[in-house]
Design a protein around this ligand. Structure first.
Ligand SMILES: NC(=O)c1ccc[n+]([C@@H]2O[C@H](COP(=O)([O-])OP(=O)(O)OC[C@H]3O[C@@H](n4cnc5c(N)ncnc54)[C@H](O)[C@@H]3O)[C@@H](O)[C@H]2O)c1
Length: 352
């Protein structure tokens, strides 16, 4: 295909333009995926100066032609008024969760977008909302009724390792018996106060572990929500004392401080059982993350999905685990590339 793809960006922050903290950077991935077809038609951000600086930097980069006609607007309404008839084909909604995911005016970016651009596909960052749960379901209903193509910024589904597990499950006709997700965070250099305040970040499950919850649902299916049970180690308990913090946690009200370990279990609607353990425990920088899937005769263990994913497979008739290492498997690339394929009709639109 050679037709241009019109992209509207919301948010001039780290998820769309990159950060020193991690590999996320949606514009860089879109440049690689779409090449000369990418046409960023507008950037919406309430912080006009930040938005202008982000676009100026792009105009000085090798990808400048994609941004040559990019305009900056503070709101969806202003962009909609000014852009027509140049409507976006897809929007990356990279604003913080308090600005979206509800039908409360001012916190309703998705609804503003479907009203302004009804045929546009939305790639919404995680967490899908930090507002009331019922409001979030109402937004999902509007998007479903409108037939909108929606992707969410959980990036692990289209990793080669994850797709390999999916393929074996399909080829062998396996029924998933259980999933076990373990996310052990290295906290020593996590110093943003907002991250350590659950009223501001949503806490470690919403902020980090939901990436693995998404993967769990990808293999286990829908969850019986009333079956979820969790235990935690709180900051004031003896096992919750952390020695390597490099910030002053005392300035955060005690009731807002993060649990150190959360362990949850649940039943999927199809009968399998899910487990999730999130721990704030390791020193240094490197996280330790593992995700397992069990089925009759099989154990799949995905290790380190964010950097160099490794997949360990134990199969029937073979006591020795086989090991597959996947180099250059960028989850941020594969997720957006799959989304673009869906938007362009090359991949089916999965209803989940
Ligand atoms: N999927 C991932 O791996 C991943 C990685 C990093 C961040 N994120 C998510 O991306 C989202 C944004 O994070 P970030 O790090 O880019 O934040 P950020 O603070 O760096 O940038 C957010 C930008 O949104 C703007 N903004 C706020 N309210 C707005 C509104 N109503 N309309 C338009 N713009 C508005 C802000 O002015 C700011 O420039 C968060 O939900 C975060 O969790 C996801």
């Amino acid at each position: 295909m050679t037709d241009p793809i019109n992209v509207l960006l919301i948010g001039a922050g780290e998820i769309n333009f990159g950060s020193v903290e991690g590999p996320w950077n949606h514009t860089l991935r879109l440049e690689r995926i779409l090449g000369a077809r990418l046409r960023v038609i507008a950037l919406i951000d309430v912080d006009g100066a930040r938005a202008k600086a982000a676009i100026d930097a792009k105009l000085a980069s090798p990808a400048s032609s994609a941004y040559a006609n990019c305009k900056v607007y503070p709101t969806v309404a202003e962009a909609a008024r000014a852009l027509l008839p140049d409507v976006p084909h897809l929007v990356i909604v990279g604003a913080p969760p308090f600005a979206r995911g509800t039908d409360i005016p001012g916190r309703d970016l998705e609804l503003q977008l479907v009203n302004a651009f009804p045929r546009c596909a939305l790639f919404v960052e995680k967490p899908v909302s930090s507002g009331p749960e019922d409001a979030c379901w109402r937004v999902a209903e509007v998007l479903a009724k409108n037939g909108s193509i929606v992707g969410v910024g959980y990036m692990l589904r289209y990793l080669k390792a994850v797709q390999m597990i999916k393929q074996i499950i399909a080829d062998e006709g396996l029924v998933v018996m259980g999933t076990n997700a373990r996310y052990v965070m290295a906290y020593e250099w996590a110093r943003k106060l907002a991250w350590w305040d659950k009223t501001r970040s949503g806490g470690p499950i919403v902020e980090q572990a939901t990436h693995f919850c998404d993967l769990s649902r990808y293999f286990g299916g829908d969850v019986q929500l009333n079956s979820v049970v969790a235990h935690s180690v709180q900051h004031h308990e003896a096992p919750g004392q952390l020695r390597a913090k490099r910030f002053d946690e005392e300035v955060i009200p005690p009731e807002n401080r993060l649990p150190r370990l959360t362990s949850a279990t649940w039943k999927y609607k199809d009968g399998a059982v899910g487990n999730l353990t999130h721990v704030i425990a390791l020193h240094g920088n490197t996280y330790d993350t593992e995700f397992e899937v069990y089925a009759d005769g099989y154990k799949f263990k995905l290790v380190d999905p964010y950097s160099t994913p490794k997949l360990y497979i134990r199969r029937p008739g073979k006591e020795q685990e086989e090991v597959h290492t996947f180099v250059d498997d960028d989850p941020f690339h594969t997720e957006l590339a799959t989304f673009v394929d869906v938007v362009e009709g090359r991949s089916p639109h999965e209803q989940i």
